[in-house]
Design a protein around this ligand. Sequence first.
Ligand code: SAH
Length: 214
Amino acid sequence: MTSQRTRERLIQRLSEQGVTNIRVLDVIRNTPRHIFLDEALSHRAYEDTALPIGYGQTLSQPYIVARMTEILLGASGGKLEKVLEVGTGSGYQTTVLAQLVGQVFSVERIKPLQDKARDRLRQLGLRNVQLKHADGGYGWPEMGPYDGILSTAAPRAVPDELLAQLAPNGVLVIPVGGQEQELHLVMRDGDTDKFVTQKLEPVKFVPLLSGTTR
Ligand code: SAH
């Protein structure tokens, strides 16, 4: 089930759905998604579907991980040196990002999920990732500003704190809404405090919740 052929089928499916960035597809092909799941579910790791990771949270669908990553890379003209992720969850999206950008800073509000993600990142030998247990709705100001910010949980409206932590020309990819959500791409206009928003496609994410749990 974790065979190269199963993974190849997933990549095929992602390209059919319109993912075109070769670097993103390569990283997804070479990232073992099964280690981000409990054993009972790992046989489903290469299906293009979201899967439960406990605490009412989900490992994002590969399509959406690919799409958001491709949007982030495409929208940022140059190299993404520093990227902030809101919602570490299993650490899968974190792992994908870490292979494509300079440094990843990822914030998660549920401590046990963060602990598991940390183990997996260590197991994979990723050294350019830093994790924080906190409410990511406030970003991680001490480490910013960021060339890119990606949120894998949906707020009702884009938090001003995240906008404030975007570097000049920085890009934010974030699902926004309640029952109905849309993926937003927000770009800081140069070094001004002007932001340009594009609404991209309907999506379904868990809500961005406030506070933290141990
Ligand atoms: N990228 C993750 C997706 C996990 S689901 C993966 O691939 O596995 C979204 C995650 O966002 C959940 O783990 C949830 O606990 C977390 N989350 C929700 N609100 C948050 C907040 N305010 N700050 C940090 N993390 C948050």
